[in-house]
Design a protein around this ligand. Structure first.
Ligand SMILES: [Zn+2]
Length: 322
């Protein structure tokens, strides 16, 4: 929903409050303190008085927007602006657009990123795993002739066997001459972000301070259906024990970038979006906030086919907290 649509649909604060109430209670208002459905009419301050426990509550009481002092319409504007911006907006831009102070805009944006936290997704089928360092990671591209014969035979065997089991790797058209692999970002002081994406599906990503085999394996176990999925990574040593928990196929980026559909192109596209967003919009990002920025791009990727991410945010905003 864009700003004009919001204004047309919600001419005043009460109409926004009713919208949120509908999302939260679906017609059956319940006291968030005692669960009673006995309460008076909505007061002028938008609160209800509970006859069960004598306390008062509003639509945001004990939700993710608990204690907000802002009009809910301001939240709707912010939801709209943030979800419309593919690469994100700065808190400064948000401040200008919705007319709040900079600290308020900053806090709102951080809250919105919390609302974007994904419900647990399980990835399946063909998934790609990779890590990046915000700021750029060079990558080699090569053609099949660059692959050493023995390695190529091994890879052929593995792909053919998986194809017999019904795993289809879709091949791209890209063919590039052998290039010397540039140095990668590992070993720098940058903090890695690790991602796993299901082809044509969802992505999960997290900041990982220590890229150990154990941490990478834990992440796979948590987010991937390890019984059925096939995972593709590059030949980074951190991934070398993944075969113990999941069908694992490696593409050696020293040798080539893609082979018979075995590549990490999808997760690389995700990194491209993240980098353009973070470097283009936020210019720099402190370690403290990096997980939240990553969360925003994961949410936008996973909802890229959703008509209105805006509604998802309202639903998440109205989820009860304990
Ligand atoms: Zn009550």
């Amino acid at each position: 929903m864009n700003l004009i649509q919001i204004n047309n649909k919600f001419p005043d604060e009460i109409s926004v409050v009713q919208y949120f109430e509908g999302v939260r209670w679906m017609g059956k208002k319940k006291c968030p303190f005692c669960g009673s459905e006995k309460h008076g009419k909505r007061n002028k301050d938008m609160r209800f008085h509970c006859k069960g426990c004598n306390r008062s509550f509003s639509v945001t009481t004990k939700t993710n927007l608990h204690n907000t002092r802002l009009p809910l319409k301001t939240w709707l504007y912010a939801f709209s602006i943030v979800t419309d911006a593919k690469k994100g907006v700065s808190a400064l831009q948000l401040q200008r657009n919705i007319g709040v102070s900079y600290p308020t805009a900053h806090k709102m944006y951080m809250k919105i990123r919390d609302l974007m936290a994904e419900s647990q997704v399980k990835l399946n089928d063909i998934v790609e795993m990779d890590e990046t360092y915000i700021g750029g990671k060079p990558r080699p591209m090569a053609n099949p002739d660059c692959l050493k014969p023995k390695k190529r035979a091994e890879l052929d065997d593995k792909i053919s066997n998986l194809q017999k089991d019904g795993v289809i790797f879709k091949r791209g058209k890209r063919k590039v001459a052998c290039e010397v692999k540039p140095k990668r970002g590992r070993g720098t002081k940058n903090i890695p972000v690790v991602g796993i994406v299901q082809r044509n599906g969802d992505v999960v990503a997290q900041v990982m301070r220590t890229l150990s085999g154990k941490n990478l394996g834990d992440m796979v176990r948590k987010h991937v259906d390890t019984k059925d999925a096939v995972i593709i990574t590059d030949s980074y040593s951190g991934y070398s024990r993944l075969h113990q928990i999941i069908e694992h196929i490696k593409i050696d980026h020293q040798q080539m970038y893609s082979y018979r559909g075995v590549n990490t192109n999808t997760i690389e596209s995700f990194w491209a979006v993240v980098e353009r967003g973070i470097m283009g919009t936020y210019h720099q990002v402190s370690l403290k906030y990096l997980p939240k920025y990553v969360q925003e791009f994961v949410f936008k990727w996973n909802n890229r086919n959703t008509d209105d991410m805006f509604e998802t945010l309202v639903e998440n905003a109205m989820k009860p907290i304990s």
